[in-house]
Design a protein around this ligand. Structure first.
Ligand SMILES: C[S@@+](CC[C@H](N)C(=O)[O-])C[C@H]1O[C@@H](n2cnc3c(N)ncnc32)[C@H](O)[C@@H]1O
Ligand SMILES: *[C@@H]1O[C@H](CO)[C@@H](O)[C@H](O)[C@H]1NC(C)=O
Ligand SMILES: *[C@@H]1O[C@H](CO)[C@@H](O)[C@H](O)[C@H]1NC(C)=O
Length: 314
């Protein structure tokens, strides 16, 4: 019903090409006017008035189209509260399972919610975890795939040196949060795999892909096409930045980037802040609160830990 010339200068693609747009526009305006007239007659309006609201509606439609095309700020407002009750129950159960992990149950809960969320929304792409250690959170991500991707259309990529952290660099130092130590969190690939296998996940061999080595060497060339859930857990500046540089562009619109160490490691937080600023990412960074008693760190550091955002446009 809307005249393409009124739609904020944006002509719907279906009208493009060979048709003379001027004549078409006049024809559409005539059709619009005729329909307004018919509506007014049908409603028994006593007198014909100029339909002033049409111009305003058209501008709204144009703005909505621009937002949908990714121009301007995209709100990306999905939250775990939108999960259906059954998925809430599942995520709570997954967080309570006794997996071997460094990750607190609250962050396991959030991991499960976000994993279920992207799958239930049908966001395109695989799961990736950079920094899997003993496998705890990778197990939760694989269980989300087992439950909400029953036809095994997606993979879970598990990236780790299996030699622990690389040496921290200048960017990791001088803050109030942890700095990390070379070789910290070392665990063998076979321990990771044995832990994962204990959970008898259906189709594990089809889903799981291990990327062994330093992120700067394994991630840039990894044959990952698209990502719905990117879970960063590498603690350090370079480990976080290498993963974002190599993988962020593969995250689908509506996909989620979760950063486990944003509130606990200085370098990790710096990498995320720098990357978001450099890329002009304005979608809100969601911060997960945590129980105060967990760490004896300065109160400012202990208020929250994990952070996540939805990649736009949504
Ligand atoms: C805190 S642990 C991950 C915790 C894990 N997600 C869990 O559920 O317990 C950090 C892991 O990241 C790995 N890592 C950190 N930086 C890395 C890098 N640059 N390249 C490869 N692995 C890295 C370490 O080997 C370690 O296993
Ligand atoms: C990748 O990172 C590791 C660990 O910090 C380092 O030893 C290695 O030299 C880096 N490789 C490249 C190609 O930069
Ligand atoms: C996995 O399967 C084995 C063998 O059937 C069983 O003993 C074990 O309890 C199962 N593990 C879980 C977590 O269900």
């Amino acid at each position: 019903m809307l005249s393409p010339t009124n739609a904020g200068g944006q002509r719907p693609a279906v009208f493009g090409g060979a048709l003379g747009s001027g004549a078409l526009s006049i024809a559409l305006q005539a059709v619009t006017a005729a329909m307004v007239l018919m509506l007014l007659l049908a409603s028994g309006a006593p007198s014909l008035q100029r339909p002033t609201s049409i111009g305003r509606d058209t501008a709204d439609v144009a703005a909505a189209r621009q937002r949908a095309a990714g121009a301007g700020a995209s709100p990306c407002t999905w939250t775990p509260y939108l999960l259906p009750p059954e998925a809430h129950q599942w995520a709570l159960g997954a967080a309570r399972e006794k997996v071997v992990t460094l990750v607190h149950p609250m962050r396991r809960h959030l991991t499960a919610q976000l994993a279920a969320g992207v799958l239930l929304q049908g966001i395109d792409g695989d799961f990736v975890e950079t920094g899997v250690f003993t496998g705890g959170t990778s197990i939760i991500m694989l269980q989300a795939l087992e439950k909400y991707d029953p036809w095994q259309t997606r993979r879970h990529w598990a990236a780790d040196s299996f030699q622990g952290l690389p040496p921290p660099e200048d960017e990791d130092r001088g803050g109030i949060l942890a700095e990390g130590k070379p070789g910290q969190f070392t665990i063998g690939r076979e321990v990771f795999l044995a832990n994962v296998r204990k959970w008898n996940i259906t189709g594990l061999d089809a889903r799981l892909r291990i990327l062994e080595g330093w992120f700067n060497e394994t991630l840039p060339g990894a044959p990952i096409h698209s990502i719905s859930f990117l879970r960063l857990d590498g603690d350090l500046y370079a480990s976080t930045m290498d993963a974002l540089e190599a993988l962020y562009d593969k995250v689908s619109p509506g996909g989620i980037v979760y950063v486990d160490d944003y509130g606990s490691f200085t370098g990790c937080r710096r990498a995320v802040d720098e990357f978001r600023q450099r890329r002009g990412i304005t979608g809100p960074l969601m911060l997960q609160g945590m129980p105060d008693q967990l760490f004896n760190e300065p109160p400012a550091a202990a208020k929250w830990e994990a952070a996540w955002w939805v990649k736009g446009p949504c």
